[in-house]
Write a protein that binds this ligand. Structure first.
Ligand code: UDX
Length: 476
């Protein structure tokens, strides 16, 4: 591995473009947010994608996914005249001084490794057209060693040869907070091989650095590793508390109380220590699998073999949630009406990639239950993946006459629901809180049998009268 590159913060060298023109290649979640944010920060930005429909939507001011705050920022960026979109790599190569590559690296079919098709294609298509000094900056999450491989590839196909450099700048944005995380990140990481590349990147992030954002300058493999290491740590923390939930289930201990007690230790902290149905989404699951696969290739598989266990603990939570629902459904799911609250992999997102919620809904359906799913934002995406499930138009419609309600994604709307009110709609007041998001005491006080992963069983404290229930049903 190469040594860390010395950070040089002095005034830019002669070749550094102080206010670089930026391209952003790949306008999915990461790319669209990056392009919009950089334009809002004052840069001239050209967004590039091979998908004409995506480009048309963005040009028309439409964000093709749910991300709070992004539509407003897109409108502002378009109105400023600094943000444009194209499908032309010729235009991108002519326009940009710094090119950010933000295309996806999904899990390969039939393997845990990352699919590098899109990254390789983006770098190649762009480089073939670069006839002057330029910096290509990878932001996608990639197997370690990719940036070095792409440097060779780029310099062999680019007309400008070694005048074109590759840098790596991993992205840590969370869905639901994408704009905030992009404009005000908690750190920037620049993987570079020359002082010029560092200076050029500094110029491309000037406003972010000016507000005091910590910068770590690293070599290429370290920069690649930061991203997968961060996601591995977060996934491990979640699976750790969920492993403790398994122990709690066998001992009668309460994982919620345990997590609270652990979180007061500032060395541990409470973030990402929330027990429940576990992690999903477009990053954590595929990134830990790809990391383990890459480590095996590098001959250090043993060092991260625990990630297989992290994955296994996480997936077991889904089955355990189905088991709890089955218990509440008197041991038999066939024909039982189950209200599944949530489909997205987390709240404030319409993303259903590897969503634990949707997986549980599907498992319940396959076991013979009549599953009624409601999610405030993710139903169109969910219906595309699992058209066989029923989708209810509202929370109240989903829970109507349910034998068991199961909370799978902790949307605020579900947290705010009144257990007394929804208790009058269901057939049986039985709920599984898959996200530890509800007030168990309030539910029990309203006559519900409340169950959560890793928490002991307790009986409801009151029963609603039939009259109370009928009175509310008439007004709902
Ligand atoms: C994650 C990383 O946080 C981000 O830095 C990276 O760039 C992309 O991957 P994201 O996928 O948007 O971001 O979701 P995140 O907020 O990290 O949540 C991931 C999953 O973990 C969700 O399914 C969430 O419900 C779950 N989770 C999170 C828990 O189960 N318990 C917790 O305590 C925290």
């Amino acid at each position: 591995m190469s040594a860390a590159v010395t950070s040089i913060a002095a005034s830019p060298g002669p070749d550094v473009v102080e206010h670089p023109r930026l391209t952003v290649i790949g306008t999915g979640y990461l790319g669209a947010t990056h392009a919009v944010s950089m334009a809002v920060l004052g840069y001239e930005v050209l967004g590039v994608d091979v998908d004409q429909a995506k480009i048309d939507a963005l040009v028309a001011g439409r964000v093709p996914f749910h991300e709070p705050g992004l539509p407003e920022q897109l409108a502002a960026a378009l109105a400023s005249g600094r943000l444009r979109f194209t499908t032309s790599f010729d235009e991108a190569a002519a326009f940009g001084d710094v090119h950010f590559v933000c295309v996806g690296t999904p899990q390969q079919r039939g393997s845990n490794a990352a699919d590098m098709t899109y990254v390789d294609a983006a770098f190649t298509e762009l480089a073939r057209r670069l006839d002057r000094r330029a910096l290509i900056v990878g932001k996608s999450t990639v197997p370690i060693g990719t940036a070095a491989r792409l440097t060779e590839l780029v310099q062999s196909v680019a007309p400008a040869g070694t005048e074109v450099e590759v840098a790596w700048n991993p992205e840590f944005l969370r869905e639901g907070y994408a704009v905030q995380d992009t404009m005000h990140p908690d750190r920037l990481v620049f993987g570079v091989t020359t002082p010029w590349a560092e200076q050029q990147l500094r110029a491309a992030f000037r406003p972010v650095l000016d507000e005091g954002t910590p910068l770590v300058v690293a070599d290429l493999p370290t920069a690649e590793l930061v991203k997968v290491a961060a996601n591995s740590f977060l996934a491990t923390k979640i699976s750790f508390i969920n492993a403790m939930a398994e122990v709690c289930e066998a001992t009668g201990a309460d994982v919620s109380v345990l997590a609270t007690a652990l979180s007061h230790d500032t060395r541990i902290g409470g973030r990402f220590l929330k027990p429940g149905l576990g992690f999903g989404g477009g990053c954590l699951p595929k990134d830990i699998r790809a990391f383990a696969a890459r480590a095996e290739e590098l001959g250090v598989g043993q060092a991260v073999r625990f990630l297989g266990e992290v994955d296994g603990i996480n997936l077991r939570r889904r089955q355990r949630t189905v088991d709890l629902v089955t218990e509440l459904a008197d041991g038999d799911l066939v024909g039982k009406r189950i209200a599944a609250l949530g489909a997205a992999f987390k709240p404030n997102s319409d993303d259903v990639r590897d969503a634990p919620a949707l997986d549980v809904a599907r498992m319940l359906h396959r076991a013979g239950a009549v599953v009624s799913v409601f999610d405030p934002e993710a139903m169109p995406n969910a219906a595309k993946v699992y058209p066989e499930l029923r989708y209810a138009p509202s929370l109240t419609a989903a829970v109507m006459d349910a034998d068991v309600v199961v909370l799978l994604t902790e949307w605020q709307e579900f947290r705010d629901a009144d257990p007394v009110d929804i208790g009058t709609l269901v057939h049986e007041r039985r709920i599984v809180d898959g996200r530890h998001a509800l007030d168990a005491d309030r539910y029990r006080a309203a006559g519900w049998e409340y169950r959560a992963l890793g928490r002991p069983v307790q009986s409801p404290t009151v029963e609603l009268t039939v009259d109370e229930r009928d009175a509310f049903r008439r007004t709902a």
